[in-house]
Design a protein around this ligand. Structure first.
Ligand code: DAT
Ligand code: MG
Length: 148
């Protein structure tokens, strides 16, 4: 089953949005397979956002993501990578539709509440960066028969 890496960013944690965000993915029908509150080191931040190394906002981005605890998660479900991106909304909250997480809770691109993998390749890479194999829990729920 497809898996993705999602993370409530430091602004989301400070604003008490962990429960709201977890709840949206639970209600959608996706399944949580890993989750932890953690601080991101400078090295992990630079690796996680490596694709943006040359961008002018890279320093600001690394400073922000290391500025407080994040809630890192792995979610599983059919098409979860693309669907989670849709549920998050556009990168810049000013362009994110109402009803999306960034559309409902964000204002500026610097503090946009949530991270989500953008492809199967990045999902695999990011899950591996943040979670050890034994931190992911495989289990089944009877309710899945009513979702899929
Ligand atoms: P996303 O988080 O939607 O995958 P991204 O990978 O393009 O977006 O960028 C990573 C993060 O970098 C994004 O969530 C917020 C920040 N960011 C992106 N573009 C920015 C910009 N023009 N100015 C400041 N921060 C930016
Ligand atoms: Mg991205």
């Amino acid at each position: 089953m497809e898996k993705t890496f999602l993370m409530v960013k430091p602004d989301g944690v400070q604003r008490n949005l962990i429960g709201e965000i977890v709840s949206r993915f639970e209600k959608k029908g996706f399944q949580l397979v890993g989750g932890k509150l953690m601080s991101i080191s400078q090295a992990l931040a630079e690796e996680h956002y490596g694709e943006h190394k040359e961008r002018p906002f890279f320093g600001e981005l690394v400073d922000f993501i290391t500025s407080g605890p994040v809630f890192a998660m792995v979610w599983e479900g059919e098409n979860v990578i693309a669907t989670a991106r849709q549920m998050m909304g556009s990168t810049n909250p000013k362009d994110a539709a109402p009803g999306t997480i960034r559309g409902d809770f964000g204002i500026t691109v610097g503090k946009n509440v949530i991270h989500g993998s953008d492809s199967p390749t990045s999902a695999e890479r990011e899950i591996g960066l943040f979670f050890k194999e034994e931190e992911l829990v495989e289990y089944s729920k009877l309710i899945n028969e009513w979702i899929n």
